[in-house]
Design a protein around this ligand. Structure first.
Ligand code: PLP
Length: 405
């Protein structure tokens, strides 16, 4: 009898954000237990709704969206994305350098499949948004993680990055603003990364899906705007900024000097054609969405939901003995550190599982983001302050007397 195992390609692929801990949570839900989910960056279930004009626009265009589109996307969507690139000072982008995708996720996978041969190296941050490591590994690449430094507001450690570049390195991935740390990189840090890419002839992949969710009046700088002489692939989408993660609307654009990337672009075009096109109704709302970017202003300012939830979760976590958390500057994630000696934690997955089983609150362990030590976890602070308070009360109760081993 044939036994069907998962393919060996998947042996080293890990995507724990929806992994074993979540499976346990699902089992508990099936048994009728209510779980508070602080594990997925999906705004809609927390009452953060899509702007009305987006929903109206999608409905109004459904009749035009029945067929396949051009594999890179409809003209109006790519025109709007091009205008957005110009606004962000991303240089040398033409319509044919823009690809719409079923969320950024599809394009991350596609961009890795088109680039990496077995054994090629790619620099990815630790902690990371784990799809990057999973997609690069699945494509046959060797992922080399560079450290982001908690002591320095979670900025990438440039010396660590430099040390890890070899002859086999093809690219650097940066996630800015960052998931899971909520960091926002200043221009100087981006310049240093650009210099490294320049010195070593690397492609830069810049995941900027949170660029419109920045707080404290700070400015988001696209690294592509600093590197007209380099090939940069910038990723963005509407899942988070427009609270429509379910619609699957994302894009990537190729900017800067593409003279050394003709073959790579051929590969991207082939993979883009092979998936026919991205969700066409979602493409129809991109223009409206990018013409109306004020929808998040209110929630990000003092008194607004995301802002106040950030203030609450940062202060509350830092008031718990043995927990420290860098205040996020953007997005809606926080990546606190826990004193593993104090709580005798050796396995962070067990730690979040124990918390889930005892208090019915779901968080993700740091290893799920390729953070090596068992001393971090991620909280999504999308729930209301009231709900966050409830979750943190439970967390303190759980920690009180917790001895992991
Ligand atoms: N990139 C980052 C950093 C993310 O956090 C996410 C989702 O959480 C994605 C990409 C994927 O987003 P989507 O596929 O919904 O566009």
């Amino acid at each position: 009898m044939k036994i069907f195992e998962k393919s060996r390609k998947l042996d080293n692929v890990c995507y724990d954000v929806r992994g074993p801990v979540v499976e346990e949570a699902d089992r508990m839900i099936e048994q009728g237990i209510a779980i508070m989910k602080l594990n997925i960056g999906n705004p809609a279930p927390f009452g953060l709704k899509a702007p009305d004009n987006i929903i109206h626009n999608m409905k109004a265009n459904l009749n035009h969206a029945e067929g396949y589109s051009d594999s890179k996307g409809i003209h109006a969507a790519r025109e709007a994305i091009l205008k957005y690139c110009i606004k962000k000072e991303i240089p040398n982008v033409k319509l044919h350098h823009i690809y719409t995708g079923n969320g950024v996720s599809e394009l991350i996978t596609m961009s890795m499949q088109a680039l990496l041969d077995d054994g090629d190296e790619i620099l990815i941050p630790a902690p990371d948004y784990p799809l990057w490591t999973a997609a690069a590994t699945l494509a046959g690449g060797n992922v080399v993680h560079y450290i982001c430094d908690e002591q320095a507001d979670w900025y990438p450690d440039i010396d660590d990055m430099r040390r890890k570049i070899t002859d086999k390195t093809k690219a650097i991935v940066i996630i800015n603003p960052n998931n899971p740390t909520g960091a926002l990189y200043p221009r100087e840090v981006l310049e240093e990364i650009a210099d490294l890419a320049r010195e070593n002839g690397l492609i830069i992949f810049a995941d900027e899906i949170y660029d419109r969710l920045v707080m404290d009046g700070q400015e988001h700088v696209s690294i592509a705007s600093l590197t007209p002489d380099l090939m940069v692939v910038t990723f963005n989408g509407l899942s988070k900024s427009h609270m429509i993660a379910g619609f699957r609307a994302g894009w990537m654009c190729l900017s800067g000097d593409k003279s050394r990337a003709k073959g790579y672009i051929e590969g991207l075009n082939m993979l883009s054609s092979m998936r026919l096109c991205s969700n066409v109704p979602a493409q129809y709302i991109i223009q409206t969405a990018l013409d109306n970017l004020q929808n998040t202003d209110e929630i990000l300012l003092p008194g607004g939901r995301i802002y106040e939830q950030r203030e609450y979760i940062t202060n509350r976590l830092n008031s718990i003995p043995g927990i420290t958390a860098v205040k996020p500057k953007a997005a809606f994630y926080i990546f606190p550190k826990i004193d593993t000696k104090r709580y005798q934690i050796e396995d962070d997955e067990k730690f979040v599982l124990d918390f889930l089983k005892e208090q019915h609150v779901l968080m993700v362990h740091g290893k799920g983001f390729h953070w090596e030590k068992p001393d971090h976890f991620r909280i999504v602070y999308l729930p209301s302050v009231e709900d966050l308070k409830l979750a943190m009360d439970k967390f303190e109760l759980f920690l009180n007397g917790y001895k992991g081993t």
